[in-house]
Write a protein that binds this ligand. Structure first.
Ligand SMILES: Cc1ncc(COP(=O)(O)O)c(C=O)c1O
Length: 436
């Protein structure tokens, strides 16, 4: 790890220094406005220890109050777009912005390469893979486009995907189809599968000898359905089919081991559930598959079996990458199990309530292995856009309507700083609008 020190005594007490070091980046900065420094939040180990079961409100209130600075203007139940950075991460980010800005080109040329390499190493450790198997991208869309467009398709190859996959990835495959490279086979995924095995069997049934790739959206952005990636990838492997996995919504929200997914191509991001500033995606490609891939951005300097051949992007959002160790450190402190359990708990409060009512259709299975934070619903007598508008205009509750068949749905995504009261208020408002 390369550290950058700038006249640290200017603003840093011993404890804050320790805190930043603990958070991972070790970046110590001077010359920042005093109010920014004063706003820095000390991470107290005691806040995270020995508590935090899903319904321990004392624990979650403390975490929300101390570590999240959330607008009080409305109740945000649309945390599926991107995550709010915890305060310690935000402070690290602001400092990193100031470093990159004040130190400018000298910093970018001399210091940043080492810092980025250290961040990549930290991330590889967090993901349980080799740093030679990952690159930073600006987001998951970019990561997955590199994987999809660089994949060695042959004429006549087919790809299997469904309506719950993320639209950008579907469009990328459709673009390749339009160019005559592949054929896309789209099927309708059941919205409420009863079990993981039902999903695996569906893929087994639909995969043919022409299928080359299955697109798997690990956690659907539409209804939050979690698909059993490892089981499907194992089945696909037996048939000689590759799986390209979109884990944009999985990382940090649900517990999984990247190497154990058995998927050789995975796109992820850090700005949804890891709490990093927006602008950090990750592409993972299993080492022995890299040489087959062609690059989207020209780079003939890296060797064919180096993943760096896929990482020629131009000028980078420096501070975003510099903050990665900080966001990982905070996320590790919380622990993905605790986060997942809480998110599932918050989701279950409203799902279990609304699914009882005749005018409301919940379109997400409630089981913990099939959904986590995200779930969606629709009202029988209203469009999804009307419902989302009503919730915001009349109750200051922000959700989002998504395309799903002809009726669409409203996606509801609490985060760990939300309270049971937030989701209960939402459920009450939805029932009111449904006329119950
Ligand atoms: C399932 C899924 N995949 C991919 C993406 C794209 O992520 P990014 O915004 O990092 O490109 C999203 C974003 O909402 C998503 O929900």
């Amino acid at each position: 790890m390369k550290f950058v020190y700038f006249n640290e005594n200017y603003f840093m007490g011993e404890s804050r220094k320790k805190f930043l070091m603990q958070l991972g980046s070790g970046l110590l900065v001077a010359g920042l406005p005093a109010q920014m420094i004063n706003a820095a939040t000390e991470v107290d180990e005691k806040d995270f220890i020995g508590e935090g079961v899903a319904d321990d409100e004392k624990f979650w209130k403390r975490i929300a109050k101390k570590y999240y600075d959330v607008s009080g203007d409305y109740i945000n139940l649309e945390n599926g777009y991107y995550g709010i950075q915890p305060k310690p991460v935000l402070n690290a980010f602001l400092k990193n912005v100031a470093i990159a800005n004040s130190q400018a080109a000298r910093f970018a040329r001399k210091d940043f390469p080492g810092i980025a390499a250290a961040a990549r190493k930290e991330l590889a450790g967090f993901l349980g893979v080799s740093e030679e198997e990952i690159i930073f991208t600006r987001n998951a869309t970019e990561a997955l486009n590199i994987a999809i467009q660089g994949y060695p398709f042959k004429q006549g190859n087919e790809v299997l995907l469904n309506q719950l996959d993320y639209f950008s990835m579907i469009e990328t495959f459709r673009m390749l189809e339009k160019r005559g490279r592949i054929k896309v086979n789209a099927f309708d995924m059941p919205l409420l599968p009863a079990s993981e095995d039902e999903i695996v069997e569906l893929y087994r049934k639909l995969a043919t000898e022409k299928t080359r790739v299955i697109l798997l959206t690990h956690v659907s952005n539409i209804n939050g359905l979690i698909v059993p990636v490892a089981k499907i990838a194992a089945m696909a492997k037996q048939k000689g089919i590759d799986v390209i996995t979109d884990s944009a919504h999985a990382l940090g929200q649900v517990k999984f081991s990247l190497p154990e997914l058995g998927s050789d191509f995975v796109g992820l991001n850090l700005h949804k559930w890891i709490g990093n500033p927006v602008g950090a995606g990750v592409l993972y490609i299993k080492k022995h598959r890299i040489k087959e891939m062609s690059a989207m951005f020209g780079d003939v300097t890296a060797s064919e079996d180096s993943i760096n051949k896929l990482a020629h992007f131009g000028t980078t959002p420096f501070a975003v990458i510099m903050t990665v160790p900080d966001s990982i450190a905070f996320h590790r402190r919380m622990g993905v199990e605790k986060i997942s359990d809480r998110l599932h708990y918050l989701k279950s409060i409203w799902v279990n309530d609304l699914k009882q009512h005749p005018n409301i259709e919940v379109v997400t299975p409630g089981d913990k292995n099939l959904s986590c934070a995200i779930a969606s619903f629709r009202l029988k007598n209203k469009t999804s856009a009307q419902v989302a508008d009503y919730l915001f205009k009349e109750h200051k509750i922000f959700t989002v309507s998504r395309t799903l068949g002809k009726d669409g749905c409203v996606r509801v995504t609490p985060s760990i700083y939300n309270s049971p009261e937030d989701v209960r208020k939402f459920a009450t408002a939805a029932k009111l609008y449904a006329g119950l």
